[in-house]
Design a binder for this molecule. Structure first.
Ligand SMILES: Nc1nc2c(c(=O)[nH]1)N[C@H]1C(S)=C(S)[C@@H](COP(=O)(O)OP(=O)(O)OC[C@H]3O[C@@H](n4cnc5c(=O)[nH]c(N)nc54)[C@H](O)[C@@H]3O)O[C@H]1N2
Ligand SMILES: Nc1nc2c(c(=O)[nH]1)N[C@H]1C(S)=C(S)[C@@H](COP(=O)(O)OP(=O)(O)OC[C@H]3O[C@@H](n4cnc5c(=O)[nH]c(N)nc54)[C@H](O)[C@@H]3O)O[C@H]1N2
Ligand code: SF4
Ligand SMILES: [Mo]
Length: 893
């Protein structure tokens, strides 16, 4: 595999792109110590997406590039193997299964976190050479409703507007988007513009009151799932108030009257409508009139729109309003879908979804298929769409798919009905996982693990929400035996007998082929396609290395592509007209009922990225929110007898998850919200995906992740506890256990449903690993302490004179000391005996002298402690005594 020599790639500071959200911020990375992998991160002032800004996640990137937890060698069934063995095994097994059961028996499940070059070869292998379209991606869970909406309206998956429109708009409508947390740099751009120009209005449409509402002139807490009705009513309002752009409708669209007829057929009488939508009538009217009277209106939308069984219809209901007013592709006005992942768009460009073909061509179009086949020199091209994500794992579950290769995604956490996904993989003959992290919920089920390069090592391109293609450049050496995803795919393809089509020397090589395909027979004679980057098809290695961010389309001979499309029509349909869609409002597939009366909404928090495999590495990012929570309205909580901070259980017909209750009026009564981030690696029972229903949108196949009927109840803990440890420990076996990385200590929050028979035994068990780690030839002390007044038991492990871990067990969460204060104590540099004993709750400097590997046990009896030295609970009365016992069978003191 050829790569740029590192010296060349890391002069002092390397311009690259953030690997998180679809904003696609430019990042300057400066390696200060290659060996130690220390890197300083700054925003790239010359990048058009962010002009030097970064959000918290981006700014903390340097804290995620250490090698801790990395998968560094190929493995087969848990054993380290050579690349040749692992690649040969996968190629051989895929070939055998295809021989025995046909190509439909194998599948690839990929990700919007792959680079375009990785994605391109994976799609080429599957659709062109293996000959099945069984390649789908996590973009199905993310953007597929937008893709379907765009295609139905524009004839192509084209985003008409660009980020500059944020500063040019007079009204910004954010619907189903918590941009303050999920697209923070775009949010900052709106905020800065609003400060400069207070007349700029912001409307937020979201059932929850989110951080994004801080900027809102108007927040419409629409009833979950009602967006189609809302935007239909808006369309009807625009028609009755004479703000339609008749010229645009007449010249550039079709289907308007049918769409309008559907819109006016619903009850749009404002008081009725407001009641149905759960909104204040005046607020609703205000929104309609602002939209009607503001030509420069920009509508931003994300998962509150897409992740719905009516997702594609929601998108079209929004697009209808923009087409009807001619507000599309014009400065400051248009619809702008905010993509989630750094390369969700690139995945769409290479046709990474099961119902697409490369370069925005159609799998069901024979002319397109023949063209791609000819271009690739492929034996055949899959003629029918493959399984979409949720179906794909169903097919794995029932054995139709016998081998699945999962790249850069963690479906055991992120797919709906996630316990069933886990079961599907457990039953599957061959599970191959390419990841950069060794231990994930998904790698735990892998027969073969391929170690992939991570951010900072990878080399390729990504496309952001405004169609801008930017380079991700490497600045760190490839660690261990990790290799680029494109390389791994190509090596498997070669071993399956497709060497001619997969002998790429570098990502530049792949990009050139991808760019050439985008321009291939893409002209008036053959029919114009939107995606064309023929202008960069002739780049050489140096040109690719230095490629500046640009927007597509960029046709041959063009130095830049247009920032906006469709302002003057020119849609990618046979007659160049866009389509209005007549979309009727309909409810979610699974409505709440008596047994499952609450609606569960799921989504993101500010400082975590998805399944936390990378953001979970930065202690700083766990300071904002460290534990899974379930937000619910205080009235609902009162009705259920739930108090703030206690552990609650969410249960649906599909599964169960536990989280700490957060009571907030930001949440509408009857609804709850839980973040999607916590995994089986980090928590014993907090994967919300296990609860989420697997209903999908009939058009896009996108799951309804924002709406699942659930019941909520107290978890009924009989004990609560927490544990601090200087080292990562396996997750303690408790009904509720969450691991939280801190600067010096890992913290584990614990609770159990049955009262422990013996708290000492429980503590011994919880601290077992901590003790074992230090047994070999080191003096280990265990200190125990009981606070009789509060019924709190503590045990500390001290090795080589330093506190290693401490655990507290109490009858209820209120009995335990405040963690911050405790952490302060534990983290003290001044590790004197007095301090150490204070950790365990032993005040007054009682310090028995121990010889060798001995354990000290302090059992409750009758010595007064010094409450002043105890963390958190000063003033309480303490009684204790101690006796030392030997851990290794030696002498007792
Ligand atoms: N911090 C952080 N940022 C991220 C990510 C991350 O993991 N962490 N992930 C990235 C990815 S891949 C994605 S896809 C984006 C997602 O970005 P967003 O879509 O902004 O984030 P979500 O929290 O999933 O959901 C957005 C909002 O939709 C609302 N919503 C729920 N139901 C409805 C409804 O019926 N109608 C309306 N109008 N709104 C509804 C929710 O209450 C929620 O506040 O974020 C990207 N950015
Ligand atoms: N309940 C609920 N579920 C959801 C959502 C929701 O809102 N609610 N949102 C959905 C959405 S929009 C999305 S996008 C998905 C995201 O869900 P996932 O894609 O499952 O989440 P990630 O944690 O981003 O998983 C990426 C994996 O790839 C690994 N990885 C990172 N970089 C690389 C690389 O370069 N190569 C390889 N081979 N591996 C790499 C990471 O270590 C990690 O294991 O979740 C979906 N699931
Ligand atoms: S806004 Fe998105 S792309 Fe920009 S720094 Fe933050 S996570 Fe990265
Ligand atoms: Mo996403």
């Amino acid at each position: 595999m050829k790569r740029l020599p590192l010296a060349e790639a890391t002069p002092c500071s390397v311009s690259t792109t953030c690997p998180y959200c679809g904003v696609g911020c430019g990042v300057k990375a400066t390696v200060t110590d290659v060996e130690a992998r220390t890197v300083t991160i700054a925003g790239d002032e010359s990048h058009p997406a962010n002009a030097g800004r970064l959000c918290v996640k981006g700014a903390a990137l340097g804290e995620t590039v250490a090698l801790e937890g990395r998968l560094l060698h190929p493995e087969i069934r848990g054993e380290r193997r050579t690349w040749d063995e692992a690649l040969g095994h996968v190629a051989g097994e895929f070939a055998r299964i295809i021989r025995e059961h046909g190509p439909e028996a194998v599948a690839i499940y990929a990700s919007g976190q792959l680079l375009t070059e990785d994605y391109y070869v994976a799609n080429k292998l599957m659709k062109g050479f293996i000959g099945t379209a069984n390649i789908d991606t996590n973009s199905r869970l993310c953007m597929s409703s937008s893709v379907a909406g765009h295609k139905r309206a524009f004839g192509s998956d084209t985003v008409p507007n660009c980020y500059e429109d944020l500063e040019l708009a007079d009204l910004v409508v954010l619907t189903g988007s918590n941009a303050a947390w999920c697209h923070p740099v775009l949010f900052q751009r709106i905020k800065a513009e609003k400060e400069r120009r207070p007349g700029l209005r912001v409307v937020v449409i979201d059932p929850r009151r989110t951080a994004t509402c801080e900027l809102a002139d108007l927040h419409l807490p629409v009833k979950a799932g009602e967006d189609v009705r809302l935007f239909n009513a808006l369309l009807a309002y625009l028609a009755t108030h004479g703000v339609l752009d008749d010229a645009f409708i007449g010249a550039h669209t079709r289907g308007f009257s049918a769409a309008l007829a559907t819109a006016v057929a619903q009850d749009n009488h404002i008081p009725h409508l407001a009641a149905t939508l759960g909104l204040d009538a005046l607020d609703l009217e205000r929104f309609f009139s602002w939209f009607a009277t503001t030509p420069r209106t920009l509508t931003l939308y994300s998962q509150g729109v897409n992740q719905s069984s009516a997702g594609a219809d929601k998108v079209n209901a929004i697009l209808n309003c923009h087409l009807a007013t001619g507000r599309i592709g014009k400065p400051g006005s248009g619809p702008l879908s905010l993509t989630g992942q750094p390369n969700a768009m690139g995945g769409r460009e290479v046709g990474g979804l099961a119902n697409m073909l490369a370069a925005h061509m159609e799998i069901e179009n024979p002319v397109h298929r023949e063209r791609v086949q000819r271009f690739w020199g492929a034996p055949s091209v899959a003629a029918t769409p493959g399984h979409k994500a949720v179906d794909m794992f169903e097919a794995v579950h029932d054995g139709r798919i016998k081998a699945i290769w999962i790249l850069a995604t963690n479906p055991v956490v992120s797919l709906p009905d996630a316990d069933r996904v886990r079961a599907a993989l457990q039953r599957c003959e061959l599970v191959v996982v390419s990841d950069c992290i060794a231990d994930t919920d998904t790698t735990r089920l892998a027969h073969v693990k391929f170690p992939a390069l991570g951010w900072g090592e990878k080399d390729g391109t990504v496309t952001n929400s405004e169609r801008r293609i930017s380079r991700q450049r490497p600045f760190l050496p490839m660690p261990g035996e990790a290799r680029a995803d494109w390389w791994i795919v190509c090596e498997v393809a070669k071993r399956m007998g497709f060497a001619d089509a997969f002998s790429f020397a570098s990502p530049a090589d792949i990009f050139a082929e991808h760019a050439a395909l985008s321009a291939f027979e893409n002209d008036e004679a053959h029919g114009r396609r939107d995606f064309d980057i023929g202008g960069v098809a002739a780049l050489d290695v140096a040109g690719y290395r230095d490629l500046e961010p640009f927007q597509w389309p960029r046709r041959q001979g063009e130095a830049q592509g247009p920032a906006r499309l469709f302002g003057e029509g020119g849609f990618f349909t046979p007659d160049g007209r866009a389509s209005f869609l007549a979309v009727g409002a309909r409810g979610p597939v699974h409505a709440p009922d008596q047994d499952y009366p609450f609606v569960l909404n799921t989504g993101r928090i500010r400082d975590q990225w998805h399944t936390m495999t990378r953001t979970g590495l930065a202690a700083r990012l766990l300071q904002h929110i460290g534990e899974p929570f379930c937000a619910l309205h205080p009235d609902d909580a009162a009705g259920l007898g739930i108090s703030v901070g206690e552990v609650v259980e969410l249960e649906s017909r599909w599964g169960l998850a536990r989280a700490r209750a957060e009571l907030t009026a930001d949440q509408a009564p009857g609804t709850v919200f839980m973040p999607m981030h916590w995994t089986g690696v980090l928590a014993s029972a907090s994967r919300v995906g296990a609860v989420v229903n697997p209903a999908v949108d009939p058009v896009s196949g996108q799951p309804e992740s924002k709406h699942t009927p659930v019941r909520v109840r107290r978890f009924g803990a009989q004990w609560h506890g927490f544990l601090f440890s200087t080292v990562a420990l396996p997750l303690p076996a408790a009904d509720y256990a969450v691991a939280i990385r801190g600067g010096k200590f890992w913290r584990f929050e614990l609770a159990g449903q049955s009262a422990p028979a013996d708290r000492q035994e429980l503590a011994n068990e919880l601290l077992k690993y901590s003790r074992e780690q230090h047994l070999a030839g080191v003096s280990v002390e265990s200190l125990e302490y009981v606070d009789l007044a509060r019924g709190v038991y503590r045990q500390a492990v001290i090795a080589e004179g330093r506190l290693q871990s401490v655990c507290f067990i109490g009858p209820d969460s209120g009995s335990l000391p405040e963690r911050g204060l405790c952490l302060f104590w534990c983290g003290r540099e001044n590790d004197s005996p007095g301090h150490r004993h204070a950790y365990a709750g032993v005040g007054g400097g009682h310090r028995p002298t121990l010889q060798g590997r001995q354990q000290l046990r302090l059992l409750p009896a009758g010595i007064e402690g010094d409450p002043g030295e105890l963390p958190g609970r000063a003033g309480a009365g303490f009684r204790l005594s101690f006796r030392a016992v030997s851990l290794t069978g030696g002498r007792s003191e």
